[in-house]
Design a protein around this ligand. Sequence first.
Ligand SMILES: Cc1cc2nc3c(=O)[nH]c(=O)nc-3n(C[C@H](O)[C@H](O)[C@H](O)COP(=O)(O)OP(=O)(O)OC[C@H]3O[C@@H](n4cnc5c(N)ncnc54)[C@H](O)[C@@H]3O)c2cc1C
Length: 354
Amino acid sequence: MIKTDIIIIGAGPTGLFTVFEAGLLKLKTHLIDALPQPGGQCSEIYPKKPIYDIPAYPEILAGDLVDRLMEQIKPFSPGFTLGERAQNLETLEDGTFVVTTNKGTAHNAPVVVIAGGLGSFEPRKPPIGNIDDFEDKGVAYMIKDPEVYRDKKVVIAGGGDSALDWSIYLSDIAAEVSLVHRRNEFRGALDSVEKAAALAKAGKIKLFTEAEVKKLYGDEHLEAVVVEHNDKARGESYVEADHFIPLFGLSPKLGPIGDWGLEIEKNAIKVNNSYDYQTNIPGVYAVGDVNTYPGKLKLILSGFHEAAVMCQSAYQRINPGKRFVMKYTTVGGVTGFDGSVKEAKKEVVQSILA
Ligand SMILES: Cc1cc2nc3c(=O)[nH]c(=O)nc-3n(C[C@H](O)[C@H](O)[C@H](O)COP(=O)(O)OP(=O)(O)OC[C@H]3O[C@@H](n4cnc5c(N)ncnc54)[C@H](O)[C@@H]3O)c2cc1C
């Protein structure tokens, strides 16, 4: 059981900044995210788009914003459970919560913060009858660790950037890479399309266009896939495969969080915004895009503000009766759990305040 002060569900910009605000209050945090990397929508949907409304950044790429947030929270050494979806919420007799993921990882804390944004990004699965039987036995919908595919036979399906980029990357590592796409044209960046075509010509990627994976075979583990060509005259191809990775994109769903007894309005969690962004379950908060209240703005800066307010309330819940005096970071500095210290320039501040 992973124990911490605050379990944060969702490692998007809001969840990441919650780590920082909690850290200032000496509260430890652990993040859970269904995606294999932190950053939420910024990393998954638009990493290369510039954002113009982050205070003090006239322009910053969404991916760079995530990198900066990761750098900012590093001193507070948060834990991460990535690539796993928070599935169950249970309240124990002592009032603390246990959040368990779809892979069975259990986390225990007195406070839970849901920073789940649009919901957990669920993979779009191809309609293959027995695909569920091979999940974690050769079938995966995202690549967490490319080393898993070293010297293996891999079939990737899809026509976008992910399918192209991973095929190109794995062509150096895997024993064999096949890329299957149901059309002739790819949707990815021109550069990647050209690279994949060149690798196919060089025999490093087996390219199947106007074709779809229709059947999976194997006993304990995947052994082969059947590729059906749109042109029926070409029939089917039997391709040996240790791994099949359909990369058809991800769609967000509130998912299991919707069954936790929280008040939901229009697919978002209702919170008390006059005080601390707590939900109808005391000790469970919701911040960022996932919550709703009168006047809510679904913007990154709203999530940052809500995280700061909710951490003050969480502190009181975890340390009942203990007085906490909020200090500017310019006055209190930042002391990380890793021993790092960012000094406040006290003499300067004191002389100004005097
Ligand atoms: C194309 C585009 C452009 C945008 N431009 C701007 C802009 O210019 N300025 C601006 O302020 N905002 C912009 N936004 C909105 C901004 O991205 C969101 O407001 C912001 O990402 C919300 O952050 P969040 O951390 O609350 O949620 P998210 O970024 O959605 O992150 C939530 C995370 O929670 C995870 N999660 C959810 N449920 C679970 C679960 N059960 N278990 C595990 N993990 C879970 C998800 O996988 C996800 O990673 C834009 C959005 C898009 C799509």
